[in-house]
Design a protein around this ligand. Structure first.
Ligand code: ZN
Length: 110
């Protein structure tokens, strides 16, 4: 289990799956439902927006939520709940916006 001093340190040590297919979730206020398994054995549920951190109601531990997610290729496309992306993402985003967004963080592969 990883433990960081604060959110900034957690951002640095989070697993970014950089050597495998992956995504990064930027919540933008999007509502999420999450079942959380705490280090204390507590299991709790979250319904909320901007869920960048969760707090266990049993032991009070606060966790940084790593928005980097593993992507698993599948051979058969489901009939529903598939969202197509837009290409190419890097040409649509202004470089100065990215620099401001990641200010203070080391950018890998930029
Ligand atoms: Zn707990």
């Amino acid at each position: 289990m990883k433990k960081a001093k604060d959110s900034d340190e957690a951002w640095i040590i989070q697993d970014k799956h950089e050597d495998r297919p992956h995504g990064w979730i930027q919540w933008k206020g999007t509502e999420v439902c999450m079942d959380v398994n705490c280090k204390c054995g507590g299991l709790f549920h979250i319904d909320g927006t901007f869920v960048y951190h969760v707090k266990c109601p049993k032991c009070g531990t606060v966790f940084f939520c790593n928005g980097h997610i593993e992507l698993i290729e599948i051979e058969q496309e489901p009939d529903t709940c598939v969202v197509s992306g837009e290409l190419p993402i890097m040409e649509k985003i202004d470089e100065s916006f990215l620099n401001k967004l990641f200010e203070g963080y080391e950018r890998v592969g930029a």
